[in-house]
Design a protein around this ligand. Structure first.
Ligand code: SAM
Length: 285
């Protein structure tokens, strides 16, 4: 049986609908284009060729995985974030588009700092795939950064991503809990820490609950443990005039602002994500 990529997308869309997936068509297109290296525009315009039998078997096996709720980008092993093509591993959170809100919040500050001082030192706490720090370094050529994480596996992936993006000369990693092995001061301290309350994790979608590492999700009983640790340690590592910016859960901005204010910080900005939810708070000392 011969089938074109466009026909294959239609067939996968049907299978994904039957499996009850939320975005069957988007998933089918992303999977087929990603696995067969097809441009989305060519697919949409019907400029696709017949898929060979090996490729067909390959895509069908991937579709089975998606029907078992493995996320599309986990199957592809990579995802695009802030213009970077990031590889993922079992130890890394899959970076979310909403986290680009944090980058939009801090890029202007980092740019002006770099212009004034000839550079900008960034500390990314809980760097995972390196998404936030590498996004900043790719945008600001004179910036340098350290990504920390408690997971050595995540740091390995972050270093791979730095190499793939040609940013390895300006990116270092430190293994440890929050500030435990960090020395010196930084113009910008950023973090998207784990912020899901422990008891809420079992109610997350299978794509998140079963595939993102639990250590990247679990924020303790009220979801705020990491913010307490970061707020307690940030003053010692913030350069004069620097900023701290953290991503939060959609209903956590006020609580996180209160934690930072108790630690001597002043809220300078709060931003919403693409869905209109409160997502990022920025502080100075
Ligand atoms: C929500 S994920 C964010 C990953 C990445 N920054 C991003 O935005 O895609 C949180 C990260 O914090 C790390 N983490 C969890 N507990 C930590 C701790 N005590 N110290 C440092 N990192 C920690 C996890 O391993 C995970 O990589």
């Amino acid at each position: 049986m011969s089938v074109t990529a466009a026909e294959l997308v239609r067939e996968l869309t049907r299978r994904f609908e039957t499996a009850g997936l939320e975005d069957p068509k988007v998933d089918a297109r992303t999977l087929v284009c990603g696995l067969l290296n097809i441009d989305l525009t060519d697919l949409v315009l019907g400029r696709t060729e017949t898929v060979g039998s090996d490729d067909l078997a390959f895509v069908c096996a991937a579709a089975e995985r998606r029907c078992r709720r493995e996320p599309v980008h986990r199957i592809l092993g990579r995802r695009s974030f802030f213009g970077l093509d990031l590889v993922l591993s079992a130890d890394t959170l899959e970076p979310r588009p909403d986290t680009e809100t944090l980058l939009r919040a801090v890029v202007p500050f980092a740019q002006s700092r770099a212009a004034e001082a000839g550079g900008c030192r960034v500390l990314d706490l809980g760097t995972g795939s390196g998404a936030i720090c590498l996004g900043l370094l790719s945008e600001i050529g004179s910036a340098s950064g350290i990504g920390t994480d408690i997971s050595e596996g995540a740091l390995q992936t972050a270093r791979d991503n730095a190499r793939r993006a040609g940013l390895q000369e300006r990116f270092e990693t430190i293994a440890g809990s929050w500030f435990s092995d960090v020395e010196g001061t930084f113009d910008l301290i950023v973090s998207n820490p784990p912020y899901i309350p422990t008891d809420d994790i079992c109610g997350l979608s299978p794509e998140v609950r079963d595939y993102d590492p639990v250590i990247a999700l679990d924020g303790g009983a009220d979801g705020l443990d990491a913010y307490r640790a970061i707020a307690a340690g940030a003053a010692e590592h913030l350069a004069n005039g620097g900023r701290v910016a953290v991503e939060t859960g959609f209903d956590q901005c006020d609580a996180v602002a209160a934690i930072f204010e108790e630690n001597g910080f002043t809220l300078t900005e709060r931003l919403r994500d693409f869905g209109g939810h409160d997502r990022v708070v920025v502080f100075c000392l």
